[in-house]
Design a protein around this ligand. Structure first.
Ligand SMILES: NC(=O)c1ccc[n+]([C@@H]2O[C@H](COP(=O)([O-])OP(=O)(O)OC[C@H]3O[C@@H](n4cnc5c(N)ncnc54)[C@H](OP(=O)(O)O)[C@@H]3O)[C@@H](O)[C@H]2O)c1
Length: 247
């Protein structure tokens, strides 16, 4: 229970990787704000599981791309939970299409959610973290932000942007006791993978030294490690959890 007394806000925590992160932080003793966009029942289930494990939790709906909605969520979280120590920017979407078929709307949706979301949450939370002299910000990027990928120029631009954003922010807030890091998952078994054709999944397994997709809990473990107060000398880093697919 090394996160007892801490409070975390996890975006996109109703499903997939975010759900696993929220549950893992809850299991470590952390109180958790479970953010979601539309899956209310799923978010409530995550809250119930965290409460059953002995921590406090609350589901708050907010589109991370909407600055006013994020500010409202952060104000509500501060009112109910006090100081927020850990921010996990996990919410993300994909709109995959080869570049010439990609519409401007599909580009904007992905950039607004995957890169604009972390801007909005960090902007809303950093002032209170600076005042407290402590903060842990963990941004979920992707192997695609490191390597690029066919049919994902919008997603890769957002995820690559998160890596540079993380490094710049880490330099700016280090003296305030705030660390900022990324976790870069490889191909992980979640709803996001449902649209990926079987032959691509097989190719991924072939070029992944560990020979399989990852599980959400394997990403959550890296986040929990970076959220720990003892991870105090790690900042501006990208922790890859990808089965060795990209080294
Ligand atoms: N799966 C992979 O292989 C993989 C690999 C690398 C990186 N990632 C990254 O890991 C993160 C989680 O991915 P996942 O695979 O767990 O995805 P997922 O199963 O599709 O779940 C996405 C989560 O994000 C939430 N969300 C989406 N748009 C949102 C918005 N505008 N505001 C607030 N919440 C929003 C969803 O909420 P609702 O349930 O309410 O819709 C859901 O909880 C993403 O950033 C993704 O890019 C995933």
């Amino acid at each position: 229970m090394n996160l007892k007394g801490r409070v975390a806000l996890v975006t996109g925590a109703s499903r997939g990787i975010g759900r696993a992160i929220a549950m893992s932080l809850g299991e470590a003793g952390c109180d958790v704000i479970v953010n979601y966009a539309s899956s209310e029942a799923a978010a409530r289930e995550v809250v119930d599981l965290i409460v059953a494990s002995g921590s406090r939790a609350k589901a708050i709906r907010a589109d991370v791309a909407d600055m006013a909605a994020v500010e409202g969520m952060v104000a509500e979280a501060h009112r109910e939970f006090g100081q927020i120590h850990i921010l996990v920017n996990n919410a993300g979407i994909n709109r995959d299409r080869t570049f010439l078929k990609l519409t401007r709307a599909e580009w904007d949706d992905v950039i607004r959610t995957n890169l604009g979301g972390p801007f909005n949450t960090a902007h809303a939370l950093i002032p209170s973290m600076c005042e407290a002299g402590f903060g842990r910000i963990i941004n979920i990027t992707s192997i695609v932000g490191q390597m690029g990928n066919y049919g994902q120029s919008n997603y890769a631009a957002a995820k690559g942007g998160i890596i540079s954003f993380t490094k710049s922010l880490a330099r700016e807030v280090a003296k305030k006791g705030i660390t900022v890091n990324c976790v870069a998952p490889g191909y992980i078994n979640t709803d996001m993978m449902k649209g990926v054709p079987d032959r691509v999944i097989e190719q991924v397994k072939t070029i992944t030294p560990l020979g399989r997709l990852g599980e959400p809990e394997e990403i959550a473990w890296a986040v929990r490690f970076l959220a720990d107060p003892r991870a105090s000398y790690i900042t501006g880093q990208v922790v890859a959890v990808n089965g060795g697919m990209y080294m």
